[in-house]
Write a protein that binds this ligand. Structure first.
Ligand code: ADP
Length: 567
């Protein structure tokens, strides 16, 4: 490398030195020839000048070479640092020379790399090839500079994004471009970042669209607004509407404007801007928006920028409104029902109370008449009086039942922890005579649970059920009754099973209705109120009652009762 450099600057140096030497020799010759000292001095000066000029030339040349090498090194480093490399195209032969940096960028060893225009084009991504070719041709036409970006396949088969700028630097006599020089820059990283950003923006856009979330920005200082495509949709903005604060404000329902002021006040306290308001769109449609934003502040603490989101909450608001309307309607209805119920209960209570008095009179006077006219009355007449007295007694029983029905299920203050085992035991005690007379066999499960309830009501419940189980028995059989329980989630299931006459499936609902009897008149005594009272009591305790077939014939009365821990 040093050889050719010396070759370039040695001839002029030798020329100057030779001139000096010749002048020196000439001087010496002249001294010998006895010439004048002046001539000798001139000769010697020429010799010195020759020597100095030769030396100076050599030194200068060295400096230039050093500067050149330095500048080339700097260029290389700069190109390397910028991921750049140059190219030089001989447009006549199509041969391309590239700098080592560019060779390295596309994965080649700089020493053995040779390229031409067709090879360059062949390695450009098919999608980018036409664009790059067009720019290349245009540059040849107009001299450039021409700029393009394309994906270039590397030696390993990957793709690198290249930004290319080229310019024509030489033409032939016919003004045809003959040489193009330019710079290739590896912009893969930037492109990947751009791509990632684009993807993330796309994802965010899709998410906004799916969730009906609009993004907005208000640069108060520069009086600039941004509405995302979804925000524009929410505002019902046309494509040519320029986003502006006025544009947004004019859509806000005037009744909701004070809400914005309140939200502004929150901002002044460095809190979030949050408001639910109605927009009246240009189409006349009303849309509910939840607008949330946070602020940027200037040095004096004034809001300089607001960035936020809008959420379409129209559906939510409609549902809320519907629920609230329905709720108040239900509250009204419940109030009304409570009043009606109270009135009915009061009526039933008063009526049954007051009805008993005249009934008692009927019974007593009939009995009195019967006693006084005892000898004068025929057997038939006495039977009539007996019918009348029985009817009055039956009516009294019905009224008593009604009275009981209207009384039960009224109070919850009386609720306390009660043991069903105690309740069943007390009921059996009350039914002692009936049980003994019927010769009933009764088995009670061990460990009947405790529940919260009204002791008297629960006693009435079991007494009715056990009483019925004994009463509705086949004539040829002795009652066998089983009282058991089980657990089902947060509920107890308690049952009373008998081996009696059973209840057909289609009649089971009816059995719980007041005054409904499923047996023929006169076959079994009763008023048809007992099961209605049972149902009322079970419901009063938050449970339900139903009938199923007992395993060995007969019926099973099941009750589901809450098993909330008794307090
Ligand atoms: P009552 O026993 O006074 O007639 P209930 O309300 O207690 O009134 O019963 C309603 C009807 O249900 C009864 O008339 C009867 O037909 C039927 N019933 C009740 N319990 C049983 C039972 N354990 N077995 C069969 N039928 C029953």
């Amino acid at each position: 490398m040093g050889g050719w450099r010396l070759g370039r600057f040695i001839p002029p140096a030798i020329l100057l030195l030779t001139l000096g030497l010749l002048a020196g020799l000439l001087g010496v010759g002249q001294i010998e020839a006895g010439l004048k000292p002046l001539t000798l001095i001139v000769t010697l000066v020429l010799f010195a000048v020759g020597l100095i000029a030769g030396w100076a030339y050599l030194t200068d040349r060295k400096k230039v070479e050093t500067a050149l090498a330095l500048s080339e090194q700097r260029l290389r480093l700069a190109l390397d640092a910028a991921n750049q490399g140059w190219f030089d195209v001989d447009l006549r032969s199509g041969k391309v020379t590239i700098s080592p940096e560019y060779a390295r960028i596309i994965g080649y060893d700089p020493d053995g790399f040779e390229a031409d225009v067709p090879n360059w084009l062949a390695h450009i991504h098919p999608e980018d090839r036409d664009g790059a070719t067009a720019v290349f041709r245009a540059c040849i036409e107009n001299g450039g500079p021409g700029t393009t970006e394309f994906r270039r396949q590397t030696r390993s088969g990957d793709w690198k994004w290249i930004h290319s700028i080229g310019k024509i630097v030489e033409w032939d006599a016919d003004h045809r471009a003959t040489r193009m020089i330019g710079v290739h820059t590896d912009i893969t990283e930037r492109k990947q970042a751009e791509l990632a950003l684009k993807k993330s923006e796309e994802r965010s856009r899709l998410a906004q669209e799916a969730a009906h979330v609009g993004v907005w920005e208000w640069d108060i200082v520069n009086k600039r607004n941004y509405w995302s495509p979804e925000a524009r949709k929410l505002y019902g903005a046309t494509d040519d509407e320029v986003p502006s604060n006025e544009g947004w404000r004019r859509r806000v329902n005037p009744e909701d404007v004070p809400l914005i002021d309140a939200a502004w006040n929150a901002l002044r306290e460095q809190k979030e801007f949050e408001v639910e308001l109605r927009l009246i769109l240009d189409s006349g449609e009303t849309r509910w928006l939840l607008t949330k934003g946070s602020a940027e502040y200037d040095a004096s603490g004034n809001v300089s920028k607001l960035i936020g989101v809008n959420l379409d909450i129209t559906e939510r608001k409609k549902t809320e409104e519907y629920i609230s309307n329905t709720n108040s309607m239900l509250v009204e209805q419940a109030k009304h029902l409570k009043n009606v119920n109270a009135e009915l209960e009061q009526f039933a209570y008063v009526a049954s109370h007051d009805l008993r008095q005249p009934l008692r009179m009927v019974t007593s006077y009939l009995t009195l008449i019967s006693k006084q006219l005892n000898s004068q009355l025929s057997e038939e007449q006495q039977e009539y009086i007996e019918f009348a007295v029985n009817g009055a007694r039956r009516m009294d029983a019905l009224i008593l039942g009604l009275l009981e029905y209207s009384r039960c299920g009224r109070q919850t203050e009386s609720f306390r922890s009660v043991s069903l085992a105690d309740i069943v035991a007390e009921s059996l005690l009350n039914l002692n005579t009936t049980v003994t007379e019927a010769g009933a066999k009764i088995s009670v499960a061990e460990g009947l649970p405790k529940i919260r309830g009204d002791k008297a009501e629960l006693c009435r419940l079991f007494q009715n059920l056990i009483g019925n189980a004994i009463k509705y028995q086949r004539p040829d059989k002795k009652p066998e009754i089983e009282i058991g329980f089980g657990e089902k989630g947060d509920r107890w299931v308690v049952w009373v099973q008998d081996n009696g006459i059973g209840i057909p499936e289609g009649q089971r609902e009816r059995a719980f209705r007041i005054f409904q009897r499923l047996v023929p008149k006169g076959s079994y005594e009763g008023t048809g109120i007992g099961l209605a009272i049972c149902k009322k009591i079970v419901e009063h305790h938050g449970g339900r009652i139903w009938i199923e077939d007992a395993t060995g014939g007969g019926s099973i009365f099941l009750m589901e009762l809450p098993n909330t821990a008794p307090v």
